[in-house]
Design a protein around this ligand. Structure first.
Ligand SMILES: C[S@@+](CC[C@H](N)C(=O)[O-])C[C@H]1O[C@@H](n2cnc3c(N)ncnc32)[C@H](O)[C@@H]1O
Length: 315
């Protein structure tokens, strides 16, 4: 590989699942110019790894910052790999065989497939956003949505849409519904816009927002189907604001939680009047189908835009 073609570096360190979760949950890790992803090592649920991508060759200081995030790797040398633009494309497509879930198949441009009879194929290339369908949380949500096909929904929100895949599945199942897709990450919203065009999805309302405390989101409430595949921590803290935008008896699909975190998430939503309807287990991950209470949940005081307090049941 010639030095001119190198445009970035990948630094890999092993980590534990707890370290990976802490990294994923952190808002601001203050490591300059580094994009980090964590992943289960294939075929071994006990081993995880941290991949950090940087635009310049990792310095000793950058490596020390990364090491501080994964103390379990104190004795392991990082693997540092120069990358070319071609590596990025190959990495995003490698091993991403099509997945099938209910009536849906999801494929990359490297592995095109026809939709199953009566089904729908989505082209989602891996890239800057989460949600190719290969993760158990995404495929579990697709299965939950597929199982709701006989229900009808008029106003749907996908909070933390990533690639947009779950919103696209909802648009297929309920073509007359108004669909809002949001993400805290503007890059994910851009990716969703691009994927929506590639897959000829009818117009969606795309919103960059942290949780549901956002005027554009609340202005379109109440929603009768709410989907949020995020992580247990954010789901617990945003339970009141998610339930506040739910119509009475709305369907709420939650994912991103481990089975060990299920009761914490269920309790947070139960405290806001929701009941557990059913759940699906995919390996360590659990997907929840909740039903909102009959009473709408409203803010008692103007919510603090930086906090998540001040919400109560309107009874
Ligand atoms: C696990 S991915 C799920 C993506 C996609 N919905 C799927 O099921 O594959 C979680 C997504 O939630 C977004 N996210 C994280 N925290 C959020 C928050 N507070 N508000 C909105 N989106 C958030 C992330 O940027 C990411 O795109």
């Amino acid at each position: 590989m010639s030095a001119e073609t190198v445009d970035s570096w990948k630094t890999t360190l092993p980590c534990t699942r707890a370290e990976a979760e802490a990294i994923d949950a952190a808002d601001d890790l203050a490591i300059d110019a580094v994009l980090m992803t964590t992943e289960e090592v294939e075929d071994d649920v006990t081993r995880w790894r941290l991949d950090a991508y940087s635009e310049r060759e990792p310095t000793a200081a950058m490596i020390a910052q990364l090491r501080a995030l994964v103390p379990s790797a104190a004795d392991t040398a990082p693997v540092i790999e120069p990358l070319t633009p071609a590596d990025w494309v190959a990495m995003s497509q490698d091993g991403l065989e099509p997945i099938a879930e209910g009536r849906f198949v999801v494929h990359t441009s490297a592995h095109p497939v026809a939709p199953p009879p009566g089904g729908r194929a989505f082209l989602i290339d891996a890239g800057r956003a989460f949600g190719t369908g290969h993760h158990a949380t995404t495929s579990g949500c697709l299965a939950m949505l597929d199982g709701l096909a006989d229900s009808s929904f008029a106003r749907i929100i996908d909070i933390g849409t990533g690639t947009g895949l779950l919103a696209f599945a909802a648009a297929h199942l309920w073509p007359a519904a108004e669909i809002v897709a949001t993400d805290i990450d503007p890059a994910a919203v851009d990716v969703t816009r691009e994927n929506a065009a590639l897959n000829a999805i009818p117009p969606l309302d795309l919103i960059v927002a942290d949780g549901a405390l956002n005027d554009a989101i609340t202005a379109r409430a109440p929603y009768d189907l709410l989907i949020a595949n995020i992580l247990a921590g954010p789901l617990v803290s945003m339970a009141p604001e998610v339930v506040a935008i739910a119509a009475p008896n709305a369907t709420i699909i939650l994912a991103g939680l481990l089975e060990t975190q299920r009761s914490t998430v269920v309790e947070a939503f139960a405290a806001c009047g929701c009941t557990l309807e059913r759940m699906d287990r995919r390996g360590d991950w659990t997907i929840l189908h909740l039903i909102a209470g009959k009473t709408r949940y409203v803010p008692t005081t103007p919510p603090d835009p930086k906090g998540r307090d001040g919400w109560a049941l309107d009874i």
